[in-house]
Design a binder for this molecule. Structure first.
Ligand SMILES: C[S@@+](CC[C@H](N)C(=O)[O-])C[C@H]1O[C@@H](n2cnc3c(N)ncnc32)[C@H](O)[C@@H]1O
Length: 312
C-alpha cells in the first residue's frame, strides 16, 4: 500500500487537538517531533537511553507527522484536515506557523518512521515504558515495566502530560485503591494504576480505537482482572465513588467536568488532572477548587501542567 506523509509545523498547545483531527481523518499513527525531546535527553533527567538526531527536529514549535493511505479522495481528506486545523484558532488554540506539507512514502518507510521515535524509556522513579517489539531487561527488582503497543491511540507513555500523570499516580495510589481513568487512550495510566496496587480500575474513552487499543494493552500487561475498559463520554452515567480519578485531556475538557469528578471521588480522595497548557493553568485551577478540591501539588514539565487535587 502507498502512504502519503502529512507534516504540520505547529505549537505544543496544538498537538493534542491536531492529533485528534488526524486520527479522525483516518491517519495511521501520529509522530511528534518536539525539540524539547533533545533538551530532555541532554539533561539525562530520567536516564533516557536513546539517541536522537537534531536534524529531525524543528528549532521552534513541533512537527506532527502522520500517514494517510493514498486513495482517490486523499486530496479532500487533506483539505478537511487543513480546514479543521484552521478552525482551532476559533477556540483560541495557538496553531503557530501552521505550515502543512505532503509527501509520499511506502509502507516499509512508515514502519521505520513510527518505531524510530519509540524506544524503552524510564519515565519516573518506578516505571519504564517498553514498546512491545523491543527486548528489555529490568535494571532493578523494584522497577515496574509497562509494555505498550499504542497503535493509533494517544498514549505512547512518553508524552509529558502522560509522564506527569504516572508520577502523580505513584504518589497517590495506595494498595487496593479504586481508580477511574477518563480518556484512557492506549490504557497506559490504567495499567500504571493497577501495577501500583489498585484493586479496581475503570478505563474510559469516547474513541472506539482507543478502547480497542487499551483492551489490547491491558491484556499484554496481564492486568485484565483489575482493569475494565469501556466506551464512555467523560463520567456520564457513572455511579459510585473511587479513591482516585485521573484524566489527561485538554484544559477545556477538564474544566467542563470538575463537578462530576467531585461527585465521583470519595472524601479525601484525589483528582489528577493533566493535559493543561501553561496559559490555561489558572483557569483550570480555579475550576478544580470551585468544585471542592484543594490543590496539593502542581507538577510542571516543559509547557505542560498537571495538578494533584484532594477532595475536602
Ligand atoms: C491526551 S489523550 C490521553 C491518553 C492517555 N490517558 C495518556 O495519558 O497518555 C486523551 C484521550 O481522551 C479521549 N477523550 C477525549 N474526549 C473524551 C471524552 N469526552 N470522553 C472520554 N474520552 C475522551 C481521547 O480519545 C484520548 O484518547
Amino acid at each position: 500500500m502507498k502512504w502519503s506523509e502529512i507534516m504540520i509545523h505547529t505549537t505544543n498547545e496544538a498537538i493534542e487537538p491536531i492529533s485528534n483531527i488526524l486520527h479522525e481523518a483516518g491517519a495511521s499513527g501520529v509522530v511528534i517531533e518536539d525539540p524539547f525531546d533533545l533538551v530532555k535527553e541532554r539533561e539525562d533527567q530520567f536516564g533516557e537511553i536513546y539517541q536522537l538526531n537534531p536534524d529531525d527536529y524543528p528549532e521552534e514549535g513541533v512537527i506532527i507527522k502522520a500517514y494517510l493511505s493514498v486513495n482517490s479522495f486523499l486530496g479532500e481528506t487533506v483539505e478537511e484536515i487543513k480546514q479543521a486545523i484552521n478552525n482551532l484558532a476559533l477556540f483560541n488554540i495557538d496553531i503557530g506557523q501552521n505550515h502543512v506539507t505532503i509527501s509520499e512514502v511506502n509502507e516499509e518507510e512508515w514502519a521505520t518512521a513510527w518505531k524510530k521515535y519509540y524506544n524503552p524509556v524510564k519515565i519516573s522513579e518506578k516505571f519504564t515504558i517498553v514498546p512491545t517489539w523491543e527486548k528489555y531487561e529490568a535494571v532493578s527488582s523494584d522497577e515496574l515495566i509497562i509494555e505498550l503497543d499504542p497503535g493509533m491511540a494517544f498514549g505512547t507513555g512518553t508524552h509529558p502530560t502522560t509522564v506527569m500523570c504516572i508520577q502523580a499516580l505513584e504518589r497517590t495510589v495506595k494498595q487496593n485503591d479504586t481508580v477511574i481513568d477518563v480518556g484512557t487512550g492506549s490504557g497506559v495510566l490504567s495499567i500504571a494504576a493497577a501495577l501500583l496496587g489498585a484493586s479496581q480500575v475503570t478505563a474510559l474513552d469516547l474513541d472506539e480505537v482507543a478502547v480497542q487499543s487499551a483492551k489490547l494493552n491491558v491484556k499484554l500487561n496481564k492486568v485484565q482482572d483489575k482493569v475494565t475498559v469501556s466506551k464512555n463520554d467523560l463520567l456520564n452515567g457513572m455511579n459510585g465513588q473511587v479513591d482516585v480519578v485521573v484524566s489527561n485531556i485538554l484544559a477545556e475538557v477538564i474544566m467542563s467536568f470538575t463537578d462530576d469528578v467531585a461527585k465521583a471521588v470519595k472524601p479525601n480522595g484525589y483528582f489528577i488532572a493533566s493535559g493543561i497548557i501553561q496559559q490555561k493553568k489558572d483557569q483550570v485551577k480555579d475550576a478544580i477548587i470551585s468544585s471542592g478540591f484543594t490543590i496539593v501539588e502542581t507538577i510542571v514539565m516543559e509547557d505542560w501542567i498537571a495538578f494533584i487535587a484532594k477532595r475536602g
